[in-house]
Write a protein that binds this ligand. Structure first.
Ligand code: GRF
Length: 200
């Protein structure tokens, strides 16, 4: 069983998808900790409901990013996690942290990377007039919203879409892709070769 820590900052619907897939019989991963940088978010309730240990490492309690990350690292290490999944975690991580977790740190982003990095992703997609968008699960590298791609799913952009409509259609795809990516990793089927993930 691959031990996983999930880092969250908000509602935690992707966390829920991971909780649900880990509850399936014979699934090769288990969530050992859910850690939020913001107190009282719904994601923490979801974790508690599932009987998963929770923690809060509030970035506001630390003088700078590195001290915050030291506390985060301690919380993760204390859980015994071997893999860290970012699921709506809204803090930028330094290269020091990212490199320490190299090939063991995963993120989900609601676009088909390398298109539409950063914030207001769906507005970017609508402004660009793309006919498809989607989501990407990828290993994290120091550059934001980049890194070897594990799973993607394309989603149509419909003529009447606003950002909310597109976001909710993509979110459904996210809830398929993140569990699939976790399974691939936990089964040892992902190998990072240079900038790419080779699936075995
Ligand atoms: C998702 O759209 C994810 O792709 C992005 O932040 C959102 C988090 O949603 N990184 P949730 O907290 O998992 O519901």
């Amino acid at each position: 069983m691959l031990k996983v820590a999930v880092l969250v900052s908000g509602r935690g619907s992707n966390l829920q998808a991971l909780i649900d897939v880990c509850a399936q019989e014979d699934f090769p991963a288990e969530i050992v900790a859910v850690i939020s940088n913001i107190p009282d978010v719904f994601a923490l309730e979801r974790a508690a409901e599932a009987g998963i240990a929770t923690g809060v490492v509030n970035h506001r309690d630390y003088a700078d990013r590195e001290v915050f990350e030291t506390a985060l690292q301690e919380a993760i290490a204390g859980s015994g996690a071997e893999l860290v999944c970012l699921a709506g975690f809204m803090r930028i991580l330094t290269a020091g942290f990212v490199n320490r977790w190299r090939d063991r740190l995963v993120n989900i982003h609601p676009s088909l990377l390398p298109s539409f990095k950063g914030l207001h992703v769906h507005d970017q997609a609508l402004a660009a007039g793309v006919r498809v968008s989607g989501c990407t699960v990828h290993f994290v590298v120091p550059e934001m919203d980049a890194g070897p791609i594990i799973v993607q799913e394309a989603v149509p952009v419909l003529p009447d879409d606003d950002a909310d409509a597109l976001a909710s259609r993509i979110l459904e795809a996210e809830h398929r892709c993140y569990p699939e990516a976790l399974r691939l990793i936990a089964e040892g089927r992902t190998e990072v070769v240079g900038e790419r993930v080779i699936l075995k």
